[in-house]
Design a protein around this ligand. Structure first.
Ligand code: GLN
Length: 195
């Protein structure tokens, strides 16, 4: 295992929004990659972070709790890279926080396939990436400047819009760390720009 260990990176602190949902799995994966992790429950905890993850969960609950704690406005003001997965993708779209130039339909994979796994082609990757989709959102509209990094059945499932990375699936639920690595690269790029 050691020779296949992912590259680690130290000195970056990533917040994981911990109001609801899959935050523990994201935190574990980021720690595995060498990042410091802070579980964020209050707006003031965003200060000094190099990046933020908005995990999967239940988006209506998420949005309600974020509003209650003032985290919606705090995330809008946050200037570093943000990684949203599943419900996190919904939270960031044009119809919600309006930070990523896309629109999604919630729970839009038919009942039969509400949850499924599929191999995805990852841009720049040799091996397929296993995507775990759990009542996933489906991209309905995508802005012209949004870069598609992975597709499923011809539809975008992992995209980048500037400092935002969003996935309709759950990269924190497999052992494959590549999507989180991609996010940490984005964080390093942005930290480099600021330095
Ligand atoms: N179906 C959920 C929603 O609409 C998202 C599912 C997930 O994050 N796993 O909020």
């Amino acid at each position: 295992m050691v020779e296949n260990a992912p590259p680690t990176l130290s000195g970056v602190t990533i917040g994981v929004l911990a109001v609801q949902g899959n935050f523990r799995e994201h935190a574990a994966m980021l720690r595995r990659l060498g990042a410091e992790v802070v579980e964020v429950r209050k707006p003031e905890q965003l200060a000094g972070l190099d990046g933020l993850v908005i995990p999967g969960g239940e988006s209506t609950t998420f949005i309600r709790l974020m509003r209650l704690y003032g985290l919606d406005e705090a995330v809008r003001r946050f200037e570093q890279p943000v990684f949203g997965t599943c419900a996190g993708m919904i939270v960031l779209d044009r119809d919600h926080l309006g930070l990523v130039d896309l629109v999604v339909d919630r729970n839009a994979y038919g009942r039969q396939v509400a949850s499924f796994e599929a191999d995805l082609d990852l841009a720049g990757g040799d091996e397929p990436l296993r995507g775990v989709f759990i009542r996933a959102p489906r991209v309905r509209e995508l802005g012209p400047d949004v870069e598609v990094l992975a597709k499923h059945d011809g539809e975008p499932v992992l995209v980048r819009d500037g400092r935002f990375l969003v996935a309709s699936f759950h990269p924190e639920l497999t052992d494959d760390t590549r999507v989180h690595e991609r996010f940490l690269e984005l964080v390093e790029e942005e930290t480099g720009v600021r330095a």
